[in-house]
Design a protein around this ligand. Structure first.
Ligand code: MGP
Ligand code: SAH
Length: 226
């Protein structure tokens, strides 16, 4: 078999496996919403499939950071990183899982932006004291796809630390913080993060829809000092 044919054959097998995996199928069906260039060599692992930010949402989030230095603290397979790389002055993408970083590098290459990102394998919490940036983007693990089985998702369910701790760590770097959160999150707790800060932060909450279905919320925190 020729190399091209072999590669198409391998892709076909990979796609059939993902389609048949009941844990992935629901996300695989939405593959072009996740990555419009899915067919050009995008690769995801199981956690990547259920965690990646749909492209349309990631584009909107990135637009808010145009021209800035952004740190994508939980970069996963690169859904956000790729869009930041297109419009930001520089992007640092951190993930604790080396496999995720490899997948993110591959996916950034598919979008032609791999050379615009500093990829780091590491623990955001440990790296925090050494990080500098204009905006911090936090899309941490929500505890798996069962996150929506509770009526009200609480900040202490976020990983690898509760939302209050993550926010505090982020604030030691900058007050411009963006958090990508479950659609069932307790909004009163999100608001608490803003007004408990000193000085209190401005907060804008955006509901994120794809194809008329609400996927998540994005909370934009910023310092309103003049
Ligand atoms: P979902 O609710 O699992 O999917 O995740 P969907 O298709 O809305 O299913 P439905 O049956 O509930 O309608 C919705 C979106 O949330 C995903 O596409 C991801 O962008 C995001 N997301 C989900 N999880 C479990 C995580 C997570 O752990 N971390 C992050 N950062 N994002 C997540
Ligand atoms: N926004 C990403 C998805 C992030 S999912 C996208 O669009 O693709 C959350 C990621 O956080 C996972 O990839 C997980 O490996 C990573 N993670 C978990 N603990 C971490 C830590 N302490 N430091 C950095 N990354 C971590």
């Amino acid at each position: 078999m020729k190399a091209n044919k072999r590669s198409r054959f391998k892709k076909g097998i990979k796609s059939s496996i993902e389609k048949a995996n009941p844990k992935i199928n629901k996300y695989w069906i939405q593959r072009y919403d996740l990555f419009s260039r899915y067919d050009q060599g995008i690769e995801l692992d199981e956690e990547g499939w259920y965690s990646v930010t749909p492209e349309e949402i990631a584009i909107k989030q990135a637009e808010r950071c145009r021209g800035k230095v952004v740190i994508d603290c939980f970069s996963g397979v690169g859904g956000n990183t790729i869009q930041f790389a297109k419009v930001c002055s520089s992007v640092v993408a951190i993930d604790i899982d080396p496999v995720k970083v490899e997948l993110a590098m591959n996916n950034a290459k598919v979008y032609g932006v791999d050379n615009r990102v500093d990829f780091v394998i590491g623990d955001f919490i440990q790296l925090a004291p050494s990080l500098k940036g204009d905006v911090l983007f936090l899309s941490p693990p929500w505890g798996g796809p069962m996150y929506n089985k509770v009526e009200s998702y609480k900040m202490d369910m976020l990983l690898p630390r509760d939302g209050y701790s993550l926010f505090q760590i982020a604030q030691s770097i900058t007050s411009n913080i963006i958090m990508f959160l479950p659609r069932n999150v307790d909004l009163a707790q999100v608001e608490e993060l803003a007004w408990l800060s000193s000085p209190p932060l401005t907060l804008e909450i955006e509901e994120n829809f794809v194809g008329g279905r609400m996927k998540a919320i994005t909370a934009y925190f910023s310092c309103n000092e003049v």
